[in-house]
Design a binder for this molecule. Structure first.
Ligand code: PHE
Length: 345
C-alpha cells in the first residue's frame, strides 16, 4: 500500500491541469468522496495496527498534496478566465460621427480660392465699427438718406468725458477696405469676407445678419474693364461656363460709376421663382470704380491711383450654388438641412 501511495504522490505532483474540465476530472479522481484518496482511507482500516501510524501519515500527506494541487490550479485557471480586453487590430474602425462645413463656409472658401488665384489677399476687420469706417470715409454725407439705405443697428458707447460716440454693427465689409487703404499704400488687391448686420425684417430673402465678400483693387491704371473681367471670371468659375451676367447702372456713395451685377437665375433657369422675383435674373453684387473722395479720405492720390470695388452676399451666392430657396435655413441650424452638405467639398 505504501508503494501505491508513493506512486500516486508522484502522479499528483507531476499533474498539470490545462482547463477547468481537466481539473474537475482530477478532483473527481483523487479528492471526491468516491475518489482514490477516500478509497485508501477505507483500506487503511484493514492495515495492521503496527503499520497504521506510518501508512496513515503518508496517506494524509497524499491527501494534503492533492488538495493543495486543486487549490493551486483553481486559482490559476480563474485568473486566466477573468475578463481580458481583447483588441482585434484587424477589425474595421467604427466611423467617427464628424460634422461638416456649413454651406456658407463652403461657399466662402470657394470664393476665396477663386480670387486668390487672381492675386487677391484675404483681409479681416471689426464687426463693431465707428461711423467713420462704415459711412463717412466711404463718402456717405452727414445726415444723407443713403445712411438709411442700410438700416443700421447703432450701439451707444459712452465716451470718457460723458460724451457719447455712435458705434454701430457694420452694415457692409467696406469698413475693411477703408482700414486697408488707411494702412497700406497701393497696389492693394484684397477680398474681405465677413458678417454684416442690417435692421431688416426676416424673410426668405433677407435677414438681420448675413455675410458678404467685398473686393478691392487699387493700383495705377485700374479701369472698369478690369472690374468686368474679374467678375466675369468669378461667375464662370463659380457657376460654370454657361452662366449669363449683366451689369446694371446703379448708385453707391463710394463708387462712381456704379453697377449692380445680375446673373441668370440658377434655381428656375429663367422660368421665374421667388428667389429671382420672377424676373429670371438675380442680383449677386454691387460694384463700381472707387470714388475719388474715398481714396482722398484714405490719403491716396486719386490722380495717381484708381481702383474698383465690389461686394456680394455670400448667402445669395450659396442659394444659387445649391438651389436653396430660403435664406433662413442658413441660421436655423436644422441638422437635416446641414447634413446635406456632408459630401460636398
Ligand atoms: N458695400 C455695398 C453693400 O453692402 C456693396 C458694394 C461694395 C458696392 C463695393 C459697390 C462697391 O451694399
Amino acid at each position: 500500500m505504501e508503494e501505491q501511495i508513493q506512486t500516486l504522490l508522484n502522479e499528483i505532483n507531476a499533474y498539470d491541469a490545462s482547463d477547468k474540465q481537466a481539473l474537475e476530472a482530477f478532483r473527481m479522481k483523487y479528492i471526491s468522496r468516491k475518489g482514490v484518496v477516500s478509497g485508501l482511507f477505507e483500506e487503511l482500516k484493514k492495515v495492521p495496527v503496527t503499520e497504521k501510524k506510518k501508512v496513515g501519515k503518508i496517506l494524509n500527506q497524499l491527501k494534503q498534496t492533492a488538495e493543495a494541487k486543486l487549490a493551486e490550479f483553481t486559482q490559476k485557471l480563474d485568473s486566466h478566465a477573468s475578463p481580458r480586453v481583447e483588441i482585434d487590430l484587424t477589425l474595421p474602425p467604427v466611423p467617427n460621427q464628424i460634422g461638416n462645413l456649413h454651406p456658407l463656409s463652403l461657399t466662402q472658401y470657394r470664393i476665396i480660392e477663386i480670387f486668390e488665384r487672381l492675386g487677391f489677399n484675404v483681409a479681416d476687420g471689426p464687426e463693431i465699427e465707428d461711423d467713420w469706417h462704415n459711412f463717412s470715409a466711404l463718402n456717405f454725407p452727414e445726415n444723407h438718406p443713403a445712411r438709411e439705405m442700410q438700416d443700421t443697428f447703432f450701439i451707444e458707447k459712452k465716451g470718457h468725458a460723458g460724451s457719447s460716440q455712435d458705434m454701430l454693427l457694420r452694415t457692409h465689409t467696406s469698413n475693411v477696405q477703408i482700414r486697408m487703404m488707411e494702412n497700406q499704400k497701393p497696389p492693394i488687391r484684397a477680398i474681405m469676407p465677413g458678417r454684416v448686420y442690417r435692421n431688416e425684417a426676416i424673410s426668405a430673402r433677407a435677414h438681420c445678419f448675413f455675410h458678404q465678400v467685398e473686393g478691392l483693387y487699387v493700383d495705377k491704371n485700374v479701369g472698369f474693364a478690369d472690374l468686368k473681367q474679374t467678375l466675369y471670371h468669378f461667375a464662370k468659375e463659380m457657376y460654370g461656363r454657361d452662366i449669363k451676367m449683366r451689369f446694371r447702372p446703379s448708385f453707391f456713395p463710394f463708387t462712381e460709376p456704379s453697377a449692380e451685377i445680375d446673373i441668370s437665375c440658377l434655381i428656375c433657369n429663367g422660368a421665374g421663382c421667388n428667389v429671382c422675383k420672377y424676373s429670371g435674373w438675380v442680383e449677386i453684387a454691387g460694384s463700381g470704380m472707387v470714388h475719388p473722395n474715398v481714396l482722398r479720405n484714405c490719403n491716396i492720390d486719386p490722380e495717381e491711383f484708381t481702383g474698383f470695388a465690389f461686394g456680394m452676399g455670400i448667402e445669395r451666392v450659396t442659394m444659387l450654388r445649391y438651389q436653396i430657396n430660403d435664406l433662413r435655413l442658413f441660421s436655423e441650424n436644422d441638422v437635416r438641412f446641414l447634413r446635406q452638405f456632408q459630401s460636398v467639398i
